[in-house]
Design a protein around this ligand. Structure first.
Ligand code: SF4
Length: 311
């Protein structure tokens, strides 16, 4: 059986930076280090950091005053920042710079007096953080149906922004619906969807053309991983989102001559390697990697954790 790997797949620059921030904070300040929310959406990553002395909390309310506290890659609302300040926490912000860019863009639209429509998924921490940074009027839509139901009158100036990990195709349809309903609307088109999300989506689409089954390594609550699975499925190939090789069902492989593997932006590469090894124990495999974009993006660490102090 052929096993074909999508390229690129797995960790993005924002996830690498967030994990490195936690590891360097552990080295510099020692445990315990508090992290608000899962630093990135992956249980394996979270468990490994927990074993090194990281305490994950959903709320900064209970963190002992003065403690080193890291905000996750998904970003936080200004209310969370205020609470952390009130508790005198030593905050290190691991918000991905590409999420922070959306915050800045949204705030600019709010300052211009525009009503902001955020295209994104309700309940996702990135969406909660972004909404919580906008002072003015803000609405959330996740479908064309939501656009039709928006309670915005014709006198308002309107802008839109988007979550970073959406499906490019779905988002384009929603943006078209927004433009139709609000002809004067301004926004970034699909540019808020980050490079890593776009590259992985393009790669999985290509992968799906060459295989009989796509396995996406990623967490069930990882937005970009879920989109990869959906895209493969839309391309007409059965697709499974799996946390790791332990949940692989050998029956999925029945009749498959080629199996494709990709991984969400928060899935470590060793989980992909484990999956390949597991497939290799079930049958003879021939491994191939698709040609694709080589990503060379790195984000700077916060100055207090940079090797040369941020110089
Ligand atoms: S998926 Fe994109 S926005 Fe999210 S952490 Fe990675 S690079 Fe940043």
């Amino acid at each position: 059986m052929k096993v074909i790997l999508a390229q690129p797949r797995g960790f993005c620059a924002g996830v690498e930076r967030a994990i490195e921030i936690v590891e360097r904070a552990l080295e510099k300040y020692g445990p315990p280090i508090y992290v608000r929310h899962e630093i990135v959406h992956n249980r394996h990553v979270v468990d490994r950091l927990r074993a090194k002395g990281v305490i994950f909390v959903e709320d900064v309310d209970g963190v002992p005053p003065g403690s080193v506290t890291i905000f996750s890659a998904h970003g936080v609302s200004t209310e969370v920042e205020r609470t952390a300040l009130g508790r005198d926490l030593h905050v290190i912000d691991a918000t991905c710079p590409l999420v922070a860019r959306v915050h800045i863009e949204g705030a600019r639209y709010s300052r211009q007096g525009r009503t902001v429509v955020l295209v994104g998924h309700a309940g996702h921490p990135e969406v909660e953080g972004t909404i919580g940074r906008l002072d003015g009027r803000v609405h959330l839509v996740s479908s064309v149906g939501d656009v039709a139901e928006l309670d915005i009158d014709g006198t308002e100036d309107v802008a839109y922004i988007t979550q970073t990990t959406l499906s490019v195709d779905d988002t384009r349809v929603i943006i078209d619906a927004l433009k139709q309903r609000f002809p004067g609307i301004v926004g970034p088109d699909t540019k808020d969807i980050c490079y890593a999300t776009q590259n992985r989506q393009r790669a999985v689409r290509e992968l799906a053309q060459q295989v009989d089954l796509v396995l996406v390594v990623g967490a069930p609550n990882s937005s970009n991983s879920n989109r990869l699975r959906e895209i493969a499925e839309i391309a007409g190939v059965p697709s499974r989102l799996i946390e790791d090789a332990s949940v692989l069902d050998p029956q999925w492989l029945d009749g498959a001559r080629a199996v494709g593997i990709t991984a969400g932006a928060s899935a470590p590469d060793d989980l992909v390697q484990d999956l390949i090894a597991t497939l290799g124990r079930l049958t003879d495999i021939q491994l191939e990697v698709l040609p694709g974009v080589e990503e060379a993006i790195h984000f700077r660490l916060p100055a207090e954790l940079a090797p040369n102090g941020g110089e």
